[in-house]
Design a protein around this ligand. Structure first.
Ligand code: BDP
Length: 713
């Protein structure tokens, strides 16, 4: 017995030592492109597929990028670089388009036929025989397809996933939106300063720009809007066009186009026109000249993203014109150059102007009547939900409703409302939940994903060493990119990939379990059962459900939760604001009855008495409390799960996340206690047996303020 426990203890110790010894400190800069030495069996497998790397024909900047990445990766994974070669031999990793295959004297037509359905960006990976040699083939129609294929092969090589795959994206526009200002502050950024060093550009091009391009290309992201939607006129002046052009030069080989956010009143504010009226010939001519000027420096410039007539931004309505008038004017300037306009549907009127009875209705009210009036190169960009990137929202009713206008999805990768970069929340589950929802719209019911022509994610990237503010926030960039490429992808599968690439194969199951529970955890301790927008004023950190004194009714949390002695929730049925009418009839019918409304959206659509009977058998009051308690318990569980992983994670990344998870428990406690205290003060109901009273009286929570909270831009 003695001997057994001694040797068991020794074995455990050795295991721990082995694990810690192999886990050298990492700072996260390498993201999921770490290329650390593979374990022996994996090395042998990868080695057998890549004895040499062959690119027939002359390299282009894009295929050179693929070669460089393979070289870097194989050197890291195998300990030495395979020989680059122009000829095939057994065990070669062959990168080939049909045209490149011909350069080898091999028949290209069978491959061409196979690739015909894969478009410009798709690729296929397979083990095959060419010219009597066993090779691993990465094939595509274009060099950018080869680059995507090379990254896919590397993913497989690292995770041990099966080869033999072909893949092509369904959405042609897969963009990041940076909310980065010209002074390097980042609106809603929690990862340090902007990576775009506008002051140093165009002369100084940081290595980060190349690494940013590699990371994005590895996911298939093919466009980036460099500056904040709350844009400045200066970004369209000659010096900034030159700076944007320098960035575009770095990103181009990686298949990433540059776009800019344009301020609608730019010509007027630069004093180059006397108005910004979109129908004025002077204004139209100015934008045409401006487009010509931009395309001289950036021949593949993507186009403009525009936030107009929202939160005080200028727009066509200032001249009694419509969103379509404004968007089409810009579209006309860009069309000759094949540029596009992404016109945002996140609109709500500034102070003093019209506010309808429900902010959730405004985008639909303004845009649905314009369906069919937008020029061919305009896309309307719609946030995933009708309010504002909440921890959970039902899908935006414009998806499916705008049948004659191409739509883009706008997700927020940066966690403005989900705990910044301190709280862990894996957003893959949020993306999946939205994308797979059936809009129940013609012709036969379409998921949100099927209504899209493009997708945009508000970036969580900054100049922090780990790019995203925390290691787990890298997963949100990763998941966004993978799901932009394949909107049918499952959040769990994506998490498995990311965990293997980021923390190594032995951590996958526990890390993925943490990721998969993390977003629901945040929903539970912040806004369970369909509550929304009860965060602190301005910075959106922490709970503030009591706030009722801001100028606009729809800036106040009390507007959204409507809690009083008689009950809680926003009535969006026909008896209330009737926002439900904006959805397809089947959904409107289902959600108009609280009994058939999914519980996670209950208080989004219904105002219900505190003693309303929930399916669980509890009253609504008890259920609400149970969700807050669950959120806090799960935050503690996340921390405990991470602590258990300590032997498998390098000390630096372990400790950086452990500190954040401690902070998350504190944050969850604050949310839980403050919300329990506040809602109890409103409901007047006692806490059921077993429910802990909040640590402090309500006034304590009300007195907290965060004047220096990050992300205000
Ligand atoms: C809100 C943000 C604000 C953005 C706005 C937008 O709080 O900073 O400018 O969205 O999307 O969520 O335009």
């Amino acid at each position: 017995m003695m001997r057994f426990s001694f040797s068991a203890a020794l074995a455990a110790l050795l295991l721990t030592l082995a694990a810690t010894a192999s886990a050298a400190d990492e700072d996260g800069y390498d993201l999921w492109l770490r290329y650390r030495p593979l374990e022996q069996a994996a090395q042998a497998r990868v080695q057998s597929q890549a004895r040499s790397v062959v690119l027939p024909g002359a390299p282009s900047p894009t295929s050179q990028a693929a070669l460089d990445e393979l070289h870097k990766a194989l050197t890291g994974m195998l300990g030495r670089a395979p020989a680059p070669s122009a000829r095939i031999s057994d065990g070669a990793l062959l990168l080939a388009t049909p045209a490149r295959l011909q350069e080898l004297g091999a028949a290209a037509s069978p491959l061409r036929a196979e690739l015909s359905a894969l478009g410009n960006d798709g690729y296929l990976l397979r083990q095959t025989r060419i010219q009597n040699h066993n090779v691993t083939l990465i094939a595509a129609n274009t060099d950018i397809g080869l680059l995507y294929g090379a990254y896919a092969w590397l993913r497989d090589a690292n995770t041990g996933a099966k080869l033999e795959a072909s893949s092509a994206p369904t959405l042609q526009l897969r963009l990041l939106n940076h909310w980065d200002n010209l002074d390097r502050t980042v609106e809603r950024g929690y990862a340090g300063q902007s990576i775009w060093d506008w002051w140093a550009l165009p002369d100084i091009k940081d290595q980060r720009y190349t690494d940013y391009a590699r990371a994005n290309a590895s996911l298939g992201i093919n466009g980036t809007v460099l500056n904040n939607v709350n844009s400045k006129p200066e970004v369209l002046t000659a010096p900034f066009i030159a700076k944007a052009a320098a960035v575009a030069d770095v990103l181009r080989p990686y298949g990433i186009k540059v776009y800019l956010s344009a301020r609608f009143s730019t010509p007027l504010e630069l004093k180059e026109t006397s108005t910004a009226d979109p129908l004025s010939p002077e204004v139209r001519a100015w934008w045409q000249r401006k487009a010509d000027e931009i395309y001289k420096s950036i021949p593949d410039f993507g186009g403009f993203l525009v936030k107009a007539n929202s939160e005080g931004q200028p727009g066509p309505q200032d001249y009694h014109r419509t969103h379509a008038d404004g968007a089409n004017m810009l579209a006309a300037a860009l069309a000759p150059h094949k540029g596009i306009v992404m016109w945002r549907a996140f609109v709500y009127a500034p102070k003093g102007t019209h506010l309808n009875d429900d902010r959730a209705k405004q985008a639909y009210d303004e845009f649905k009547p314009l369906d069919g009036q937008f020029a061919a190169n305009v896309l309307v960009q719609v946030k995933n939900g009708a309010i504002d990137f909440q921890p959970r929202e039902p899908f935006h009713p414009l998806f499916g409703a705008m049948q004659k206008t191409p739509l883009m999805m706008e997700f927020q990768i940066t966690k403005e409302y989900l705990g910044f970069s301190t709280d862990m929340a894996y957003l893959g589950t949020l993306f999946e939940e939205t994308l797979e929802t059936d809009t129940k719209t013609a012709p036969q019911g379409r998921t949100v994903a099927q209504t899209l022509s493009g997708i945009a994610g508000v970036a969580n990237i900054g100049s922090d060493r780990n790019w995203a503010g925390s290691h787990f926030d890298q997963a949100n960039w990763y998941a966004y990119g993978r799901m932009a490429w394949n909107p049918q992808a499952k959040a769990r599968d994506v998490a498995v990939e990311w965990a293997a690439l980021t923390f190594g194969p032995r951590t996958v199951t526990p890390v993925v379990d943490m990721m998969m529970m993390s977003r629901e955890t945040v929903v539970n301790y912040m806004t369970p059962l369909g509550l929304h927008h009860i965060m602190g004023t301005g910075h959106h950190h922490g709970p503030a459900p009591w706030v009722d004194n801001l100028e606009r009714p729809d800036w106040n949390p009390v507007y959204y939760h409507r809690a009083s002695r008689d009950g809680i929730g926003f009535d969006r049925t026909a008896k209330g604001s009737n926002a439900l009418e904006q959805y397809a009839p089947e959904i409107a019918r289902q959600f108009s009855d609280p009994k058939t409304t999914p519980p996670q959206f209950l208080l989004w659509f219904h105002h219900l008495p505190w003693n309303y009977a929930m399916p669980s058998g509890r009253t609504l009051w008890a259920e609400l409390l149970a969700h807050y308690d669950q959120g806090l318990a799960d935050a503690k569980s996340l921390r405990a799960r991470w602590v258990a992983l300590k032997p498998l994670i390098d000390p630096r990344r372990y400790s950086e996340e452990e500190q954040r998870l401690n902070r998350q428990v504190a944050n969850a406690t604050l949310w839980r206690d403050a919300c329990v205290a506040y809602f109890q003060s409103v409901s007047g109901l006692p806490l059921p047996a077993g429910v802990q009273p909040p640590a402090h009286p309500l006034d304590y929570y009300k007195s907290l303020s965060y004047p220096y909270a990050p992300g205000r831009g």
